[in-house]
Design a protein around this ligand. Structure first.
Ligand SMILES: Nc1nc2c(c(=O)[nH]1)N[C@H]1C(S)=C(S)[C@@H](COP(=O)(O)O)O[C@H]1N2
Ligand SMILES: [Mo]
Length: 414
């Protein structure tokens, strides 16, 4: 044109206030001249974010993905009876919401099956309804996916996508009672404030739910506390749906709307193959039609040896105390066994009752080894209906869900 370069004018688009304050939150201090930063500029402090610091996680947690953030525990990090934040796995389908304004946070209950939609502020929810606390087991439906062959796409979880924290909040059923739901209600669907990876505001990263019967259970909470404190941002602050014993994807984080549906909720990741397994078993690698895939409900029986850490060495003649947790979806674990001879023989462990329904149970035992050498300890839980964990990988399915094979650790006796 006339020789003037207009490129420098772009520099006038200083960074948006909203982005700036979220940068500041992540960095943990005010960016003093932040308003002078150029659009699209990445502060150095954020170029190589330290997820362990950012999310207050143990340094031995394993990062599977950073866009979005997906981080899992290792078995020995899950030794506590109540999982601390530092060992809780993180599963995000989208981007963590930025700039949460708690004072203006609301929850709307709407959908075909409410008489009249209703909106509550966080304070109304906290003051109007009675508070309950439950320890609840949340396991990602894809926990154990890394073992499937042919491999299944998605986060390659090994054993660490499970936690059992203590959640405090109000019962969803009390809120639904207050709103008034119609007789034709069959499902609830949650909506949240996280952001789709594409940043398209019309797309939801995930919007799942549960049948009305699960939603009305005593232990199904709208939680605002975890382990006695505000829920950490990455785990759903300031309001989270928690439905123990079902795939953790049902437990919507950052929930701001719950729709009461007169049909099975059809939100993002409710349909197609997401969080579904073949209704009938299939051969490894088979293609399965969408209509032959069924929604995962209660999770299967499973257990984890959390002490000692795999690879431990003990001296000959010493007995070894082992411990861990076992859980069984909606059921209880009624028997816990271990084997040191690759499943040829089994011995019983002590297993405690759950502190409340849908909480994991603790097992322990003392083991004597016949002589020096290499051993593996296998653990096997059996649920109250008599179903035991399989020793090896159970039914292959296209998305790699529900691997509840026995957990095992290595031990050397010197
Ligand atoms: N809003 C929202 N809720 C969500 C998710 C998500 O991406 N967004 N992920 C779900 C999935 S798949 C799992 S396994 C759990 C993980 O919970 P956590 O990150 O607190 O461990 O949250 C569920 N709730
Ligand atoms: Mo999940």
């Amino acid at each position: 044109m006339n020789g003037i370069n207009f490129n420098h004018l772009k520099r006038r688009n200083f960074i948006k206030k909203a982005t700036l304050s979220s940068f500041a939150t992540l960095i943990g201090s005010e960016i003093v001249f932040g308003s002078k930063m150029f659009e699209g500029y990445q502060p150095i402090a954020l170029q190589d974010p330290d997820p362990f610091k950012m999310f207050s996680k143990n340094k031995e947690m394993i990062v599977l993905n950073d866009k979005p953030w997906n981080i899992e525990a290792q078995a020995h990090l899950l030794d506590d009876k109540i999982t601390p934040n530092s060992a809780m796995f993180i599963r995000n389908n989208g981007l963590i919401p930025e700039n949460i304004d708690v004072r203006n946070w609301t929850l709307t209950i709407d959908g075909e099956s409410v008489n009249k939609e209703k909106t509550y502020t966080l304070n109304e929810l906290k003051s109007k309804f009675k508070e309950y606390s439950y320890q609840l087991t949340l396991e990602c439906g894809g926990n154990g996916r890394s073992e499937f062959n042919p491999p299944a796409k998605g986060n390659q979880w090994t054993v660490g996508a499970v936690h059992c924290a203590k959640w405090t909040g109000i019962r969803l059923r009390d809120v639904l009672d207050d709103v008034g739901i119609k007789k034709d209600a069959v499902y609830i669907g949650y909506h949240s404030s996280d952001v789709h990876l594409s940043r398209d505001p019309y797309k939801e990263p995930i919007s799942r739910g549960a049948p009305i019967s699960k939603s009305l259970q005593e232990e199904t909470l709208l939680a605002f506390k975890m382990n006695g404190k505000d829920i950490p941002l990455v785990h759903g602050y300031p309001l989270r749906l928690v439905a123990g014993g079902w795939p953790a994807s049902v437990s919507g984080k950052w929930v701001n709307r719950i729709s009461i549906r007169n049909k099975i909720h059809d939100g993002t990741k409710m349909t197609g193959t997401a969080y579904r397994i073949p209704c009938e078993p299939v051969a490894p690698g088979d293609k399965v039609k969408d209509e032959d895939m069924c929604i995962i409900e209660s999770m299967p029986v499973k257990s984890l040896i959390t002490f000692p850490k795999s690879g431990a060495t003990i001296n000959e003649g010493k007995s070894l105390n082992i411990r861990g947790h076992a859980w069984a979806g909606e059921l209880v674990v009624s028997k816990m066994e271990y084997s040191i001879d690759f499943g040829a023989t089994w011995n019983e462990c002590q297993i405690e009752l759950p502190v409340n329904r849908l909480a994991w149970q603790h097992f322990s035992t003392s083991i004597n080894f016949p002589k020096k050498g290499y051993y593996e300890i296998w653990a096997r839980a059996t649920d109250s209906q008599g179903t035991a964990q399989p020793m090896i990988l159970p039914g292959w399915n296209p998305k790699g869900y529900l691997n509840n094979a026995c957990h095992r650790i290595a031990i050397k006796v010197k």
